[in-house]
Design a protein around this ligand. Structure first.
Ligand code: TRP
Length: 333
């Protein structure tokens, strides 16, 4: 039997996981765990780049792991681990900094956006993609599961990897391929459908958080934007009907049904009826999810053990990679 390929993915434990994260990333995590050797990383070192003491508390890590388990992501099938448990990420990070140009990092749109806010314009915000490169390259990850917003970072990872290999005339680092959810990686805001749904949105009515109170979710759906077509048309048309299309996408994602069958089902319905059904389905989905979440969240030992297990399963891979790196660079880190 062919050995499975390795896939890496990570998410930051900064609180506020949204329906967009579920549809765009975690649904894929769930699928991919059956196909690849999956390393799912809780990227707490990345969260440090945004200086907010709340980012560093364990609550977020426990919450995130509990959510991951609630999505039926199974630690027997994949490896869930905490980034800061493997010091080699930081060792490789420094080395890779030496092969990354300032001009390249300057071009990263996410950096431009974050640094434009000028709240906490620190150096780690700038070199953030280099830490991503270390995460990925440390384990020779053939595939990387990301959202669209991380594609530019992954392209830079490939540049760094290729550059290193070329300089040392070797094949030491892989050239990772990306896996992106075509359908769900752009779930839009509820009130401003031109903007991606984001956990850091100032207006929380734009966002469905998975740990929101159920009544609040009803309220948010009730008030979200559709359009003013008269008679109403519930069809998927991203350019002309972005509001309805986004909601159809959400419903199709949580129910695992095709957009086409939803269009047929809602033929001649009005927006009110559509929203009522969406709201009911979404609330049922989130209620069940929260039930599972509360079950796992109570069991701190379980979560600690999952992370410890994850660490133990990969630490030697990481150590070996750095040992081999030492040989190439004549170092002893
Ligand atoms: N930066 C990613 C995000 O915010 C998370 C991340 C960290 C990541 N390291 C990674 C994603 C490595 C893919 C691969 O979404």
């Amino acid at each position: 039997m062919k050995k499975k390929d390795l896939l890496f993915s990570a998410i930051q434990p900064t609180g506020g996981i949204t329906i967009g994260h579920y549809l765009g990333i975690f649904k894929l995590w769930n699928l991919l765990q059956n196909k690849y050797i999956c390393l799912y990383c809780i990227a707490n070192l990345h969260s440090l780049s945004i200086l907010n003491k709340n980012n560093l508390i364990n609550v977020n890590i426990f919450d995130l792991v509990s959510l991951v388990l609630s999505f039926n992501i199974d630690p027997h099938k994949c490896i869930i681990f905490l980034q800061s448990d493997i010091v080699e990420h930081l060792k490789l990070y420094w080395i890779l900094n030496c092969y990354t140009y300032i001009g390249e990092l300057n071009r990263m749109t996410q950096f431009k956006e974050k640094s434009n806010k000028k709240i906490n314009n620190n150096l780690s915000l700038f070199s953030y993609p280099v830490l991503m490169a270390s995460d990925i390259l440390l384990y020779d990850s053939k595939y990387v599961c990301i959202g669209y917003d991380q594609l530019q970072h992954l392209e830079l990872v490939r540049v760094i990897s290729k550059r290193f290999n070329k300089i040392y005339n070797c094949n030491f680092f892989v050239y990772p391929k990306h896996i992106i959810s075509k359908r769900f990686s752009r779930i839009m805001s509820l009130l401003n459908v031109k903007k991606k749904m984001s956990k850091s949105d100032n207006n929380t009515n734009n966002v469905i958080f998975l740990l929101d109170n159920i009544d609040l979710i009803k309220y948010k759906i009730n008030n979200c934007v559709t359009d003013s077509d008269n008679p109403p048309k519930i069809i998927f048309d991203i350019n002309n009907k972005p509001g309805i299309s986004n909601l159809l996408n959400i419903l199709s994602g949580i129910k695992n049904v095709s957009i086409k069958s939803l269009e047929e089902y809602f033929y001649k319905s009005n927006y009110k009826k559509f929203k009522d059904i969406l709201s009911k389905e979404l609330c049922n989905f989130i209620k069940l999810l929260q039930k599972k979440f509360n079950f796992y969240r109570k069991d701190k030992d379980l979560i600690k053990n999952i992370l410890l297990n994850g660490k133990n399963r990969i630490k030697n891979i990481a150590k070996k990679k750095i040992l081999n790196l030492n040989k190439i660079l004549n170092l002893t880190i």
